[in-house]
Design a protein around this ligand. Structure first.
Ligand SMILES: Nc1ncnc2c1ncn2[C@@H]1O[C@H](COP(=O)(O)OP(=O)(O)O)[C@@H](O)[C@H]1O
Ligand SMILES: [Mg+2]
Length: 499
């Protein structure tokens, strides 16, 4: 790809980007959210058309107007969101859309046999006869890969494939990619995770704000150098986690259960304790009850059984506002919906919980100078992109609304902080700052429940890590006595000690 330019209304998503993948290489495309990685690859796969630039495949100039053109040229793509039909089997999904003289679903035996061949060759375990609805996320991803290979993909694009996988599944995926590389495939591996890129790729192209910063051989790179390329300045990747005296329990859950929308149990007898000065990580694959647990603690979802205590006072039946008043801060996962009042200004949202308290009010009066100074300070420190603190929050981009909520909740010095995926979707520059704030609050005695799907983040910040699986706590382990391996097994519902 040469000189690729792509504009969306108001954004230059790609600015004269060159990108070249060789046969038999894993080429990582690295960049922060919004850098243009997906857009560049969607152009290669025919989903978007470039405004300028040229594409060559095997040295020949080509026009790729649709995924059909791309597939014909041997290009396959596995998207961040899978595109399978739940009610059909694996083989039926693979057969869908294939040219066939007899109607695709009549060729199922042939398709099944070929899927088995491909699974064998690349170590992609899939059962062609299984219905897709019964598959795990990792299995669905394998089906997508098989589907692309079935269609003859010489070049396979994987858009953030590890985001939905357990560490074991990531390991398996990497083995498959290694096998594909050996067979001479070219692979584009999109990621924003430095250690993955360093583990699996041969070369790395870094994008920042739509521009190609550089293309480098992986062997010559360190995490620090890559982070600098991604962000455009030095980034402190590993925060110091100084020892902190762990104090009294500040948040306690005793046998807490909760139900989902249709009444089914989603949390089963969860018991956890978070003490002053402690970060308790909650690990788990997405959708195992993390969200519900956070909501129950915040008071947004009723507990059907059990007790919740804040500083040893029972708060189980309290409203969210009363909990906030008592010292609970909550960074919700669904920040766009639950975290701000969209019609309010940036400044108003920044002091949402504290406007009736000093230093923002004196008696009945709001201290607007103080509020403005505080708001500007947070906007600057969290790099919230807004023209003014009086701008209505709803006109900010999603990523900036996230930063605004983080800025507010992390600046309140709460007794208990429940942080659900606090760095998801923010760039690593902002991540660095968020991690620093979490550790500062820990040093000041905040008890933090850190819910994250990012094991590196949990291992970097937590004192102990609880693992949740299907609404149950599998185990709670000391940070210094566990490994990604052990956590990965627990996340898959397997108790290492008992196997
Ligand atoms: N369909 C679209 N319409 C408008 N803007 C888009 C669209 N897709 C991407 N963008 C914008 O283009 C930029 C690059 O996005 P993207 O390629 O998704 O980044 P990445 O995959 O690196 O996170 C972002 O600013 C994003 O908001
Ligand atoms: Mg993307």
């Amino acid at each position: 790809m040469r000189g690729i330019v792509k504009r969306f209304p108001g954004v230059l998503a790609l600015d004269r980007v060159d990108f070249h993948v060789a046969q038999g290489e894993v080429h990582a495309l690295l960049g922060e959210n919004g850098a243009g990685k997906t857009t560049l690859m969607k152009i290669l796969y025919g989903l978007y058309q470039a405004d300028q630039g040229t594409i060559q495949v095997d040295g020949r100039p080509v026009a790729i107007r649709s995924p059909t053109d791309a597939i014909r040229l041997g290009i396959g793509m596995v998207h961040q969101h899978f595109m399978l039909v739940d009610t059909l089997t694996v083989a039926e999904n693979v057969a869908l859309g294939l040219p066939s003289s007899r109607g695709p679903l009549l060729d199922l035996d042939r398709v099944t046999a070929r899927i088995q061949e491909l699974s064998q060759l690349y170590g992609l375990e899939v059962d062609p006869r299984a219905p897709v609805w019964a598959l795990s996320v990792g299995e669905r991803q394998r089906v997508e890969i098989v589907k692309a290979l079935y269609r003859g993909a010489d070049l396979l694009i994987l858009d953030e494939p590890t985001a939905v996988l357990t560490p074991q599944e990531v390991e398996e995926l990497f083995q498959t990619l290694g096998q594909m590389r050996q067979e001479g495939h070219g692979i584009v591996f999109i990621s924003h995770k430095l250690h993955e890129v360093l583990t699996i790729s041969d070369r790395i192209t870094v994008l920042r704000e739509g521009r190609r910063v550089g293309t480098v051989p992986t062997q010559e790179m360190t995490r620090t150098e890559l982070a600098r390329m991604m962000v455009g300045r030095d980034v402190l990747l590993e925060q110091n986690r100084p020892p902190v005296a762990i104090g009294e329990p500040r948040l306690r859950l005793e046998h807490v259960s909760a139900a989902g929308v249709s009444g089914q149990a989603v949390l089963h007898q969860v018991s956890l304790t978070v003490r002053a000065g402690e970060i308790l990580g909650l690990a788990g694959v997405s959708g195992n009850g993390q969200r519900e647990l956070a909501e129950v603690i915040a008071g947004l979802r009723p507990a059907t059984a059990g007790r919740i205590l804040l500083d040893e006072q029972e708060i189980t039946g309290w409203s969210p506002a009363r909990r906030t008043e008592a010292g609970l801060a909550y960074i919700p996962e669904e920040r766009m919906h639950d975290g701000v009042i969209r019609e309010f200004s940036v400044a108003e949202n920044l002091i949402l919980h504290d406007h009736v308290r000093p230093p923002f009010s004196r008696g009945p009066f709001l201290d607007f100078r103080r509020i403005a100074a505080h708001s500007w300070e947070l906007v600057r420190r969290f790099r919230v992109k807004t023209p003014d603190i009086r701008t209505p929050t709803k006109s900010l981009s999603g990523g900036n609304i996230q930063k605004l909520i983080l800025a507010r909740e992390l600046s309140r010095a709460p007794k208990v902080l429940v942080a659900a995926q606090p760095t998801r979707g923010v760039d690593i520059g902002a991540m660095e700052y968020i991690h620093q704030r979490l550790l500062e609050q820990r040093a000041q005695g905040t008890a933090t429940l850190l819910i994250s799907e990012d094991l590196d983040e949990l291992l970097a910040l937590s004192d102990r890590i609880a693992v949740i699986y299907e609404g149950r706590i599998m185990d709670v382990v000391e940070r210094d006595r566990t490994s990604a391996q052990e956590l990965g097994l627990l996340m898959a519902g397997i108790h290492p000690a008992r196997t």
